[in-house]
Write a protein that binds this ligand. Sequence first.
Ligand code: DGL
Length: 280
Amino acid sequence: MAAASDSRPIGVFDSGVGGLTVLAELHRRLPAESTVYLGDNGRAPYGPRPAGEVRAFTLEAARWLLAQDIKVLVLACNTATARALPDVRRLASVPVMGVVRPGAVAAAAATRQRRVGVIATAGTVESNAYGLAIAEADAAIKVTQLACPELVPMVEAGMLDGRRAESVIRAYLEPLLAAEPAMDTLLLGCTHYPLLRAPIERIVGSTVAVVDSAFTTALAVEDLLDALDARAPAGEPSVRRVATTGAVAAFRTVSERLFGVDAPAVEEARLERAAVVPVD
Ligand code: DGL
């Protein structure tokens, strides 16, 4: 019997350009799949916002993506995952995946001494989502978490390397590197941060493994599609759409850096505002 297939796109959401790091990995791993990406750049960063506001914004974005007739929704934003994954699952009629568990799995697999540092947004650190998810993977791992609020605005502005970027990152990482016992693995707990991988790796040096959730998230999506028998049909061209609620210029810079000449054209998206913003 021929396997079933599903040509609907995979929906991918982030507060801005960060989720493009997950999208790139999805394209590498699942080239036949169509995708539709939404960046809420008009309201990024989410990290410093109250939990209830992040939940409300994430639900608005999820509604927009669900209206595009997607088959799976990937919250490619740690802050949105940490604050809103159960709410989005309640709303959605399709499976919803987050990036926190895949990130925790990657860190637990990489650490040799069971010492992991996590850098993330203030919202993700405050939620302790990574503390819990890494403990679930291996309760003996010691986790040190650090919020780096300047990094998302820097990436959103297209500043991905150079002296200024390096000095901002160094100021965050030096205390983390000096902490005892020393970490052997640094988890990039925000999907924007892999765009800063080059300066981050220069600063932490070769004794610290730098990991993120992109690869393990793409693997989990692949497994999910197989479990549902819902891969795209072979031989049909894939359609890749990218939309933003913000200005397209900075978006394009980062998107072209990741995808080169294959960078999809950027559409503008307008989200329906929910009538009530839940309070924390
Ligand atoms: N990429 C988002 C994350 O993974 C950034 C959140 C923000 O906008 O501050 O957390």
